[in-house]
Design a protein around this ligand. Structure first.
Ligand code: PBG
Ligand code: ZN
Length: 321
């Protein structure tokens, strides 16, 4: 059939009629970085257009997002004080808990997802409690406080919880904790296949979350492994995740497709900070047609099989659609 169409002179309408994928404002989740304080709006040098903001500025941002037709955000918090167990994340007055309350109060229609992890809250920058002997994260001790953190987010009014730490068993532990407090209907979007990637570099500057020693390779995945990548997501599905995710997106289009073909759950792709920074740098250097490259890149995630795209480009795209 397509061979026949190719021989015809395809006009614009026919091209659109035959289009298999498209981008819509409803596809996007926009990440926001919240810092304790007042009147803070600090741009990240490698990520033009992305800011650390205090809650007063975040509320203005939410208004702008809704005007653009964007109704879904994911929150990252930068606390005033970091310590070994990330106490700010476990406190109902912490940066995320208080921000969710403020946002939901002013913008009840904004769909607020919270990133659930400890790396932004610990003084050592790892994603959980440390096992000092092995100089890495203590998986099971971390599961316990992840459950507590999830309950704090839920009680603050979060619409969806997105655990990003890649701890083994985190989805069951969080599901159980949420259910035990009556949040049986609160969805979990798992960062189910998250690679140990150099593409997170700029994020760690914004979120002030670089590990002070070592790296995250003991809990994040090896970029060389395809079967393991699929298995990780399927395990989270079994544990009760409602939405799966592949992160980063651009270097892992094959994995997005693989997981889409192995699971019927909705799938998110996280178009991470380094991917955004590269396009912005190329724009600044004047070597690409930025808008076209951006749209082509985002479309490739949909074509690969993503239903949801978490992206710093959301506002730029919304203006174009
Ligand atoms: C925290 C977290 C990270 C990102 C999202 N949640 C960083 C990391 O694992 O180091 C990366 C997002 C980005 O690079 O845009 N666990
Ligand atoms: Zn983390």
């Amino acid at each position: 059939m397509f061979k026949r169409f190719r021989r015809l002179r395809i006009n614009k309408t026919l091209r659109e009629l035959l289009s298999e994928t498209s981008l819509s404002k409803n596809d996007f989740i926009y990440p926001l970085f919240i810092k304790k304080g007042k009147n803070i709006k600090k741009e990240i040098s490698s990520m033009p257009g992305v800011f650390q903001m205090s809650i007063d500025q975040i509320l203005k941002e939410c208004e702008e997002l809704q005007k653009l037709g964007l109704n879904s955000i994911i929150l990252f918090g930068i606390p005033e004080i970091k310590d070994s167990i990330g106490s700010d994340a476990l406190c109902e007055h912490g940066v995320i808990a208080s921000s969710v309350k403020a946002i939901k109060k002013e913008f009840p229609d904004m769909f607020v997802t919270t990133d659930l992890c400890f790396c932004e809250f610990t003084d050592h920058g790892h994603c959980g409690i440390l096992d000092m002997k092995n100089q890495t994260v203590d998986n099971d001790a971390t599961l316990e406080i992840l459950g507590k953190q999830a309950i704090i987010h839920a009680q603050s009014g979060a619409d969806m919880i997105a655990p990003s730490g890649m701890m083994d068993g985190m989805i069951s532990a969080i599901r159980e904790a949420l259910d035990s407090e009556g949040f049986v209907n609160l969805p979990i979007m798992s960062y189910s296949t998250k690679f140990a990637s150099a593409y997170y570099g700029p994020f760690r500057d914004v979120a002030e979350s670089s590990p002070s020693f070592g790296d995250r390779r003991s809990y994040q995945m090896n970029p060389a492994n395809r079967n393991e990548a699929i298995l990780e997501s399927l395990e989270d599905e079994r544990e009760g995740a409602d939405i799966l995710m592949v992160k980063p997106a651009l270097s892992y289009l094959d994995i997005i497709r693989d997981i889409k073909e192995h699971s019927l759950l909705p799938l998110a792709a996280y178009n991470v900070s380094g991917e955004y920074a590269m396009l912005q740098a190329a724009k600044k250097a004047g070597v690409i047609d930025y808008e076209k490259v951006m749209l082509e890149t985002l479309l490739s995630f949909k074509r690969a099989g993503a239903d949801i795209i978490i992206t710093y480009h959301a506002k730029e795209v919304a203006r174009l659609l």
